[in-house]
Design a binder for this molecule. Structure first.
Ligand code: PGA
Length: 303
């Protein structure tokens, strides 16, 4: 059977409307053009598809069969279009993300919410400190990186999307816990539990004190925010961490934020990739999701 898509499209409109005039209007054709397409289709099929009784037209048995198959061809074409979109990578593939350990307090929730819309995409989330994020960026290993303080020495596309306030934390029974309006000079004799070197939090803290000509005393170095919080709660000293890591501890008063006048140290979170990198459609969609929605996933308790 030598028939065309155009003929089927015209036939579908006439059969649905049961009117040559209305089908012509819908398809922006003249009525003779519609009649011509139907005539050619009937010739190709070898049977009449419509019959006229009085002023009305009806589908013949062959017309009914043709209408049924037209509909299923149409829905198959829709399906094909979705599959083609998928193959273009809009909703398939793999997304590799790396985030600073501190960013993980909101990044996991963010990724989980995004993943619900992309069931056919597989995800990997690497949680690591700033130093190893730099290595990954240098080697172009990940699709996207979420970090504070992007490095200037690499050619990157960086977009700030949310504030990242760093605060001083103490155990609730610490002598400074109830003091209002502390100056940083009053912290001079306090001992701090530090993040590992290579951590963005640590760099920001050291820079902050150095700019003010202060050298704080340090007791221990720990390689995660969780370890710092445990150590501070256990009375090992003060700590400096992002407010984003503290929702639970502040809620149950396991830790308190000291009221130091020059705090918080205000930093920002950035979504980052190498300039010139071709982001996949999924990666681009996630980048946009981060820019639009991240603050909803960063739980900040009152303090
Ligand atoms: P980090 O966080 O301290 O967990 O490396 C990164 C940053 O705050 O820059």
């Amino acid at each position: 059977m030598n028939i065309t898509f155009r003929q089927l499209q015209v036939f579908e409109a006439v059969a649905r409307q049961l009117s040559f005039t209305q089908a012509a209007q819908e398809l922006h054709l003249t009525q003779p053009a519609v009649s011509m397409q139907i005539k050619q289709l009937e010739e190709a099929v070898g049977l009449p598809l419509f019959e006229q009784l009085g002023k009305k037209i009806y589908l013949t048995l062959a017309g009914q069969e043709m209408f049924h198959y037209c509909r299923s061809i149409e829905s198959q074409l829709d399906e094909l279009e979705t599959i083609i979109q998928d193959l273009k990578g809009v909703r398939r593939g793999h997304l590799a993300i790396s985030v600073a350990s501190t960013a993980n307090y909101f990044a996991t929730g963010l990724l989980a919410a995004f993943a619900k819309h992309y069931e056919a995409v597989s995800f990997s989330l690497d949680v690591t400190n700033r130093a190893s994020l730099l290595r990954q960026l240098e080697n172009n290993e990940k699709d996207l990186v979420i970090m504070g303080l992007p490095p200037e020495e690499l050619d990157l596309v960086t977009d700030a999307f949310m504030e990242n306030p760093l605060v001083v934390i103490a155990a609730p029974d610490h002598p400074l816990a109830k003091v209002d309006g502390l100056s940083i000079h009053q912290l001079k004799n306090e001992t701090f539990v530090l993040r590992e070197s290579g951590s963005g939090t640590r760099i920001a803290m050291e820079r902050f004190f150095a700019e003010r000509g202060l050298q704080v005393q340090t007791s221990m170095e720990m390689s995660s925010n969780e370890a710092i919080k445990q150590a501070v709660a256990a009375g090992l000293g003060l700590g400096i961490v992002s407010l984003h890591t503290l929702a639970l501890e502040l809620e149950v008063r396991r830790l308190v934020v000291l009221k130091v006048t020059e705090f918080p140290i205000l930093r920002h979170w950035y979504v980052v990739h190498r300039r010139g990198k071709r982001l996949s459609p999924v990666a681009e969609a996630f980048r946009q999701f981060v820019l639009d929605r991240a603050p909803e996933f960063a739980v900040v308790a009152r303090h």
